[in-house]
Design a protein around this ligand. Sequence first.
Ligand code: DGJ
Length: 729
Amino acid sequence: MAILFNQETQVFTLQTKNSAYQMKVADYGVLLHLYYGKRIDDCDLSYLIQRTDRGFCGNPYEMQTDRTFSLDYFPQEYSCFGIGDYRTDCVKIINANGSCAVDYRYHSYRIEEGKYSLQGLPAFYGDKTQGETLVIEMEDKNTGMKLELLYGILSEADMITRAARIINDSTETIHVMRAMSMCLDFPNDQLDWVHFYGKHTMEREFQRSRLIHGRQSICSERGTSSHQHNPFVILCDPMTSEDWGECYGFGLVYSGSFLAEAEVDQFHQPRLVMGISPEEFNWQLKPGEDFLTPEAVMVYSEEGFTGISHKFHYAITNHLLRGEWKDKRRPILINNWEATYFDFNRDKLLEIARAAKNVNIEMLVLDDGWFGKRDSDFSGLGDWIVNEKKLGGTLKALAEEINAMGLKFGLWFEPEMISEDSNLYREHPDWALRIPGRPGNVARSQFVLDFSRPEVVDGIQEMMFKILDEVNIEYVKWDFNRSISNYFSSGLPVERQGEIGYRYMLGLYRFLENLITRYPYILLEGCSGGGGRFDLGMLYYSPQIWCSDDTDAIERLKIQYGTSFAYPVSTVGSHVSASPNHQTRRRTPLETRGTVAMAGSFGYELDLSRMTEEEQEIIRHQVEEYKQNYELIHNGKYYRLSSPYEDCRATAWAFVSEDKKECLLCAVITKLQANPDAVIIKLKGLEPKRRYRISDKVYTGEALMYGGYLLPIPDEEYQSWRFYFRAEE
Ligand code: DGJ
């Protein structure tokens, strides 16, 4: 772990175990970016920047007659709008005189022990044995505005993190219109970019394309990170594959609207910026105030996408997830949503609980519909008062009865929402985000609460905590079922309306922090209509997130494949549901639903009380098998072995234990064929010379990895297998 500064060359070199990052204080304090890639020692790579007089590329005034230094094509650390760099930039400020320019130049630096944290915001963490921080202080000489660029190093994780703090040290009020978390310039590289798009019930689809001249972006302006685009992207060499080649992974530790924008400039140089969406953003900064961006994180790998995924999985597991449930075995749960939807009563819940206990499931989660007037999704949100009539008694009594069966009890909330038909709305109509005089936009018949106002957050928190104080609730599902629009807060003055989106997120994060601090024993599962807020920000509070409202095992192959690029298996909420599936009407074998759901934090979501003895026996086995393999699945290395986009015959993946002694190979047949092909899956991550036993057969690691494993000929559509290999002593 090292942060090096060479006084003579004025070059900073940041090193992690296998990567390095370099920047230089150049002429007149311009901070140039020099390098990001395989680990190098202190050197000065600025010789790679071609200094020449280029047409229509202006020069900072101080250069006088020297026309060979231009912000228009030089690689920069944090490019500013309005001073002659016309590429996508990091910071745009409207000054008191109406001008729109800021020119940050290097002032000084400091190095701190441990990785920095960000007040009020989620961020990766690392103590002084794991991390280090570099803060570079920049200044605009004209206005006195300051900027701190924060760099965190997590050496073992091979991760470099970034954030920026804009400080108004001037005497006048300014407006920040754009404040990105990071910028990265590449010299003369042709790059592909990979990103993950989707929709409700089909999140994180893999998409790879060549970066082309001009700007291309993915973004969310929905107030959440969204189903539509995930705030995680990969840039890679066009030759990079799953196991081989250079690539860079970038994630934003934020759950609101965001932008990830790439631009290839006139000299074929790609740039990537990432940060909060500038679309509805306008932050007033008075003298003495500062603005802190969320964190962006970067990893570099020369081992293809697998390398990026393993580094992200390691960093998330060891430096982002927190609390008791980070390491403790999570209970296998039954959720009543797809079993009953809103149509349940106490007897029905107890019937499901008994059936769950009978197959050794460990927790019952009561989903939507237990509170207020909530027998459909047209009403009731915001009224967090138990519907004792529907539950046939108090929630406490129900939880006690479930606990008495030997099951834990979990509960669903959607704390950020309000139904128009609710007592809360009748009492506090101004608590909803709505523009006065406009009818607005309803989605699922609900509005979003104005979490930019502390009193709104406090009001909902009080209702929720009252229930959590009274009832033995050991799991909370935190849902969010619409996108935000029609921003207007009656708690903010006109000139601060552009701050709502970001203040909303700060309010949400404060609430979540209070929740996990007060109830450290609660397992929190994030959710937004499935995976609409599956991001690094939410994972700081909830160690698992409901991956998708699409529980169809075959569609899940793609969803979980895409999710795995950044997010570890332990974070993926994944359940076995009914067949035919409620979203697609597809019929799949119960074993296959189990195989797919086991690649996650496992549970069930169907009416167990209606299942046959034979089906219950299969489930009992699945539960047992998952418990046995928990360590391997949650903490082993995850390998994608065949892509659901490229191989139409079967999708396969494997878990390999850290000591390489165990391997669980999972494969699902996605197409039946007459006169079928031999489907051979090549394993990864094994010890080549070790001998691995499966039943009465033994294979060497090299046979399994370089030759492969031959799948049996399937007997039925969507058949799947879980092959468990153990190394011989
Ligand atoms: C959306 C979630 O993703 C579902 O699992 C369920 O909790 C519903 N909301 C309840 O309204």
